[in-house]
Design a protein around this ligand. Structure first.
Ligand SMILES: NC(=O)c1ccc[n+]([C@@H]2O[C@H](COP(=O)([O-])OP(=O)(O)OC[C@H]3O[C@@H](n4cnc5c(N)ncnc54)[C@H](OP(=O)(O)O)[C@@H]3O)[C@@H](O)[C@H]2O)c1
Length: 323
């Protein structure tokens, strides 16, 4: 069954598929096949990052799909992210070019600042991806790069055509408001953790007021973080088993996962679910063809606990970016 995924128009005029495929925790040995099969299934957006350590393999899947005539490069929307040890102005362009080479493409459709915190530079020859620790073990070392200087570098790589659109991730309201004081180019998108336990309605409102499209990550809440052995995730009831989500899924003949994704897409938010299973990635794409009732959307939003899982300290990493 072919699924028609709608596109959202970004503030720079570029069009982005509203449903994409997330590449975090897609194993290196299966990544190329997973990307190839996801393209075959109908995915056009891939959400990657230096930190996921699988950009080479994701690019191999893309190259095979293009070679086999499934898609052309221009049919795809490839997203990547700048890791925080490359925030210094002079490091942004070289690392963008390395990431493009890893993917085997000559532009990203969208390039994001992954986290609003600058860490000291680690050369790719020393360790890649570098991770959070300067010494690769336990030491957090910050760099003096301001977010303003990193954004200036983003505006410059966009001018050079290395990224068609530029955006940010994991920014809060204060950082967005600050960015508006210096940005010559407003971010096209804001990627944030967004699920019924972490709704952030005012952050979404602020982004919308400024014409910035929001992409939700970790739409299934604790599920993704259980795989990381995160205690707070293990201690939180799964959204898939929540009576409200189950009741609504049954009423629509859909899975809880599809309801969680539709809760976002119906409010104009994009989603990038990840799955290592062909059956699940197929169902995750079909999340714009049915409508929830207004009161169902509200009931789901009312599950909010203001509970963010993706915080470095939850992984035992002593970086206090979200303190
Ligand atoms: N900007 C950031 O800081 C940031 C942070 C986190 C994530 N992200 C991006 O967002 C993407 C999505 O977030 P995520 O990977 O954290 O989590 P997610 O997509 O919310 O959840 C993935 C988990 O849900 C399972 N799953 C997927 N589809 C399912 C379905 N239909 N039914 C039941 N279980 C299902 C997956 O298992 P199986 O694989 O076994 O199906 C996996 O355990 C990432 O891959 C990444 O691209 C960005």
């Amino acid at each position: 069954m072919a699924v028609n995924v709608p596109y959202v128009t970004l503030n720079d005029g570029n069009k982005m598929p509203q449903v994409g495929f997330g590449l975090w925790k897609v194993d290196n040995d299966t990544c190329a096949d997973t990307v190839y099969n996801a393209i075959k299934t109908g995915y056009r957006l891939f959400d990657g990052a230096c930190d996921y350590g699988n950009e080479v393999e994701a690019g191999q899947g893309v190259a095979r799909a293009i070679k086999d005539g499934l898609v052309k490069r221009e049919d795809l929307f490839i997203v990547s992210k700048l890791w925080q040890s490359f925030h210094d102005y002079d490091q942004v362009e070289p690392i963008t070019k390395k990431q493009l080479a890893d993917w085997g493409v000559d532009y990203f459709d969208l390039y994001l600042i992954h986290f609003p915190v600058a860490l000291k530079y680690v050369a790719p020859e020393t360790r890649y991806p570098p991770g959070w620790f300067y010494d690769g073990e336990s030491k957090i070392e910050h760099s003096n790069a301001s977010l303003e200087s990193t954004w200036r570098a983003f505006e410059d790589i966009q001018k050079k055509g290395l990224a068609k659109s530029i955006g940010i991730s994991n920014y809060n309201g204060a950082l967005l408001l600050d960015l508006f004081t210096y940005a010559k180019v407003k971010p096209a998108t804001l990627q944030i953790e967004h699920h019924p336990y972490y709704v952030q309605p005012y952050l979404i409102k602020l982004a919308e007021q400024h014409g910035i499209k929001v992409t939700a990550y970790s739409s299934f809440g604790p599920q993704s973080f259980i795989e990381c052995d995160m205690k707070v995730a293990a201690d939180t009831p799964l959204l898939f088993d929540h009576p409200v989500i189950k009741k609504i899924a049954e009423a629509h003949g859909k899975t809880p996962a599809q309801v969680l994704l539709r809760w976002s897409t119906q409010r104009g938010i994009s989603v990038i679910p990840k799955s290592n299973s062909q059956n699940r990635l197929q169902q995750n794409l079909d999340v714009t063809s049915f409508d929830l009732k207004d009161n169902e959307i509200q009931e789901i939003s009312d599950l909010d606990k203001n509970l963010k899982f993706n915080v470095p300290t939850n992984y035992g990493i002593p970086c206090y970016v979200f303190a």
